[in-house]
Design a protein around this ligand. Structure first.
Ligand SMILES: CC(C)(COP(=O)(O)OP(=O)(O)OC[C@H]1O[C@@H](n2cnc3c(N)ncnc32)[C@H](O)[C@@H]1OP(=O)(O)O)[C@@H](O)C(=O)NCCC(=O)NCCS
Length: 154
């Protein structure tokens, strides 16, 4: 398995993982509460993927030319008293390939990028319902604080 920068040829693989993970989440919501309380967008737009290719800090996990996992990230300027940070927007691994260290390997690539570019902090949001995401971030030595996010829908 190889971790390399995300490239245009990965788009169909990223979309496949994205759709499968979105369906898993919708199914989880229906099973646990009988309804969808947090709808997700059905697909990623090409312009969004173009953006994440252009950040040069989004990574793909590849084996036998197949995309097994993806991490979409972007550098941000001055948040939470950190001068420069890497914002981890999305990480997902194909269900059949989980618990083999791919998630951690993708995060390690982001940490390496941060070190090389004098970026001191990595940030991610996580859904409190998402145990695997919390466990992954704790294993990757992130502090998981109980902060809330305020959002406004314009
Ligand atoms: C979260 C996710 C990316 C983890 O990817 P992964 O390749 O399976 O992660 P790793 O194999 O590197 O796991 C590293 C550690 O994370 C923790 N972890 C990962 N999945 C876990 C799970 N289902 N339950 C408990 N802990 C888990 C464990 O500590 C694991 O170490 P271990 O296997 O030695 O116990 C993957 O489960 C996934 O794609 N989930 C759906 C999408 C998602 O929820 N993304 C995060 C929010 S955007």
């Amino acid at each position: 398995m190889e971790i390399r920068l995300l490239q245009h040829s990965d788009y169909s693989g990223v979309r496949e993982i994205y759709k499968a993970v979105s369906n898993e989440y919708l199914q989880y919501q229906r099973q646990t509460s009988g309804e969808v309380y947090d709808p997700v967008r059905p697909d990623l737009e090409t312009s969004q993927l173009d953006f994440y290719v252009a950040t040069h800090c989004s990574f793909a996990a590849i084996e036998n030319e197949r995309l097994l996992g993806v991490l979409l990230a972007q550098p941000l300027r001055w948040i939470n008293d950190w001068d420069k940070v890497l914002w981890l927007e999305y990480i997902a691994v194909q269900a059949a390939h989980r618990r083999k260290g791919i998630g951690l390997a993708l995060i390690s690539a982001a940490k390496d990028f941060a070190r090389k570019h004098d970026i001191k902090g990595l940030f991610a949001t996580l859904n409190v319902d998402n145990e695997e995401s919390k466990s992954l971030l704790l294993k990757a030595k992130f502090e998981v604080k109980d902060w809330r996010i305020a959002s406004y829908s314009a």
